[in-house]
Write a protein that binds this ligand. Structure first.
Ligand SMILES: *[C@@H]1O[C@H](CO)[C@@H](O)[C@H](O)[C@H]1NC(C)=O
Ligand SMILES: *[C@@H]1O[C@H](CO)[C@@H](O)[C@H](O)[C@H]1NC(C)=O
Ligand SMILES: *[C@@H]1O[C@H](CO)[C@@H](O)[C@H](O)[C@H]1NC(C)=O
Ligand SMILES: *[C@@H]1O[C@H](CO)[C@@H](O)[C@H](O)[C@H]1NC(C)=O
Ligand SMILES: *[C@@H]1O[C@H](CO)[C@@H](O)[C@H](O)[C@H]1NC(C)=O
Ligand SMILES: *[C@@H]1O[C@H](CO)[C@@H](O)[C@H](O)[C@H]1NC(C)=O
Ligand SMILES: *[C@@H]1O[C@H](CO)[C@@H](O)[C@H](O)[C@H]1NC(C)=O
Length: 563
């Protein structure tokens, strides 16, 4: 995969220096004001860094949901009932549209497969409405996608990915159906390889897919956190290494044992604004690491909208500037609050292979909903996980607003793919301040160093088993560096929608013999210990990264499974 720095980008950097200086001054000033207002530490802000690339001006659809397959291709998914897309189904195929809200004849593709290697898309076939749906990759690498709007609310759809020279497409299940209509639901892969589907619009239950006759399980927490503007759709769900779930909705959170249907622990409310749909914060579980036996868990929640911003959407109040972090495994956990340099709702939070968190996309005013946001947040911000003296960095801005119904995914080469944005019920390409966005961009964080500095993984098993060691042979193009720190990291491939990456997790693996002996040899081998169990790493395909002095290799896919 090539790394290029388009000339236009460099020119842009130079040309915008003055403007950037002004922005820095304004941001530093804002940060100081925020400090005074909220009594927080001033963030140590460095502005700049990162490279933006326009990949395609027209991907055919605005992506509402997206997921990276084990072949490195990316499923981009919009929905039906949205009107004309900019790509048609192959072979003159059309959908049955007797029930479509807009089209009398629908010959458009509402999903595409993007290949980062060829930088092209090809159309995929979606038959029913996937609006505000959910999904997860299951253990064989298939994307199992659930629910949506209208005729799609109880549908199950499966995409079994294939290599670039083969053809694969969505298949709507004829044998499986959801037990309850679900949209705005969050799915999470479980240690047993099934998915749990948590909540959603007017859905105060969980269910399992496939179901073992558990039926619909009521979870009163989902009703209790539902306020006058909801604020608890698309709850933030994280699978804990104990096998329980951490569920965050509105401003509350619990540890939930889904096997016994009991709430094991209730956490204090996060200060500030509501954080879930339509208030549009985001969340990650910070890296789990071998260094404490994968026991400690910290949850980070950033951004959100003001309570009432959705109901009073014409007032466009500022989005939240705060991030809250809680140590789930503390006996008496409290939220530690910090101030982001830029307020944000509808931001996407991506766990980067270097263990930091990228906060990207979104808006600075308003809330989620059609036309309910303004003032795009053009600059990505880096949350430096282990640097509490200098927590946030501000990166270079894009020029494309990606607010409601946009996505962000980590690609195998370390770049972040940005897709979509549609602030309208039906695709609207002109005569509006925020037209529907068909373009694809990539953002390269500064950790992507020159190709001659990046290690190359040469030999790696295709499958790794819990608690078993395995070998990695790699090429180190520049072995002479005085201090070499190596790390090996697994990242899951999440289903990204509505500012939350469902099933996202990052595991730092133990390198059993990390001391690299020879400065002379460029070809090296290390032995690494696989994750201990399926609660730490539910069975799936993961991207495996080798990082040298914090710079990631291109990732290779490994299937993590039971021996
Ligand atoms: C802020 O960050 C810069 C660059 O990382 C560092 O040199 C400086 O010491 C930091 N300042 C404080 C007060 O932490
Ligand atoms: C659709 O794509 C074609 C070809 O790229 C372009 O000319 C046209 O303007 C696009 N339409 C919209 C609505 O973006
Ligand atoms: C089209 O959809 C309608 C409504 O679901 C159904 O009654 C009809 O049989 C479908 N027609 C075809 C050709 O699939
Ligand atoms: C909406 O705005 C009106 C007028 O400013 C205010 O009275 C009302 O409390 C607001 N409602 C909410 C839910 O914030
Ligand atoms: C966005 O919110 C900020 C902070 O509340 C406010 O000062 C600004 O006027 C708002 N901008 C718009 C366009 O509403
Ligand atoms: C910063 O992190 C270090 C190491 O984790 C910790 O010892 C220290 O107390 C932290 N400082 C603050 C202000 O949180
Ligand atoms: C680590 O152990 C493996 C297997 O024993 C060996 O092949 C490799 O050379 C060792 N690597 C280092 C860096 O010691």
């Amino acid at each position: 995969m090539r790394r290029r720095r388009p000339a236009t980008v460099s020119k842009f950097f130079v040309g915008s220096k003055l403007a950037l200086t002004v922005i820095i001054l304004v941001l530093v000033q804002t940060s100081i004001l925020l400090k005074q207002a909220e009594g927080q530490n001033v963030s140590n802000i460095t502005t700049g860094g990162g490279i933006w690339e326009l990949l395609l001006t027209n991907a055919g659809i605005p992506s509402m949901h997206s997921a990276v397959t084990r072949y490195g291709s990316v499923v981009l998914l919009d929905h039906t009932n949205v009107g004309a897309e900019n790509i048609t189904l192959p072979g003159g195929k059309c959908r049955n549209t007797t029930y479509d809200l807009v089209l009398k004849e629908d010959c458009y593709a509402h999903s595409v497969l993007y290949s980062p290697t060829t930088n092209t898309v090809r159309p995929l076939t979606i038959l029913t409405d996937t609006w505000c749906s959910a999904g997860q990759f299951v253990s064989d690498g298939s994307l199992v996608q659930t629910g949506g709007g209208y005729e799609g609310q109880q549908k199950v759809r499966i995409f079994k990915p294939c290599s670039t020279n083969q053809v694969c497409d969505w298949v709507e299940s004829t044998t499986q159906t959801l037990q309850f209509p679900r949209w705005y639901t969050t799915n999470q892969l479980l240690p047993d390889g099934r998915q749990i589907l948590v909540g959603g619009k007017a859905a105060f239950t969980v269910e399992f897919l496939p179901s073992n006759n558990e039926g619909l399980v009521e979870l009163p927490f989902l009703q209790q956190t539902n306020d006058f503007e909801d604020d608890n759709w698309y709850p933030f769900v994280h699978l804990l290494p104990t096998g329980n779930l951490y569920i965050f909705a509105n401003r509350d959170s619990i540890i939930y044992n889904y096997k016994t249907n009991t709430v094991v622990k209730q956490f204090p409310q996060i200060p500030g604004n509501p954080r879930n749909y339509p208030s549009a914060g985001s969340s990650v579980m910070l890296p789990l690491t071998y260094s404490d036996g994968y026991v400690g868990v910290q949850i980070l929640v950033c951004g959100g909208a003001q309570l009432g911003a959705y109901v009073n959407h014409t007032s466009q109040p500022g989005c939240s500037s705060t991030c809250g972090k809680i140590t789930v495994t503390d006996p008496n956990p409290v939220w530690a609050m910090e101030t982001m340099p830029i307020p944000r709702c509808m931001g996407d939070m991506i766990l980067l292979p270097d263990q930091n968190v990228l906060i990207i996309n979104g808006a600075q005013n308003g809330s989620q909903g059609w036309g309910y946001a303004s003032v795009p947040a053009f600059n990505p911000v880096l949350y430096q996980t282990y640097n509490n003296q200098s927590r946030f960095l501000i990166f270079e801005p894009t020029t494309t607003p990606r607010m409601y119904h946009s996505t962000a995914n980590l690609l195998q080469d370390g770049r972040i793919l940005l897709a979509g944005s549609n602030s309208h019920q039906y695709n609207t390409f002109r005569n509006t301040p925020f037209p529907t966005v068909l373009s694809l961009e990539a953002f390269s964080p500064p950790y992507i160093v020159d190709v001659d500095q990046r290690t190359i993984i040469q030999i790696l098993p295709a499958q790794i088993s819990y608690q078993q060691s395995f070998g990695i042979t790699f090429w180190d193009p520049n072995p002479g560096a005085p201090t070499v720190t190596l790390s090996v990291v697994l990242t899951s491939a999440p289903f990204v929608t509505h500012s939350f990456a469902q099933g996202q997790r990052l595991l730092v693996l133990d390198i059993v013999n990390a001391t690299v002996p020879s400065h002379i040899t460029r070809k090296k081998s290390i032995t690494v210990m696989a994750p201990p169990n399926s609660a730490v790493a539910p069975p799936a395909y993961y991207m495996l990264w080798l990082l040298k002095n914090g710079a990631p290799s291109i990732a290779r896919w490994v299937q993590v499974l039971q021996a």
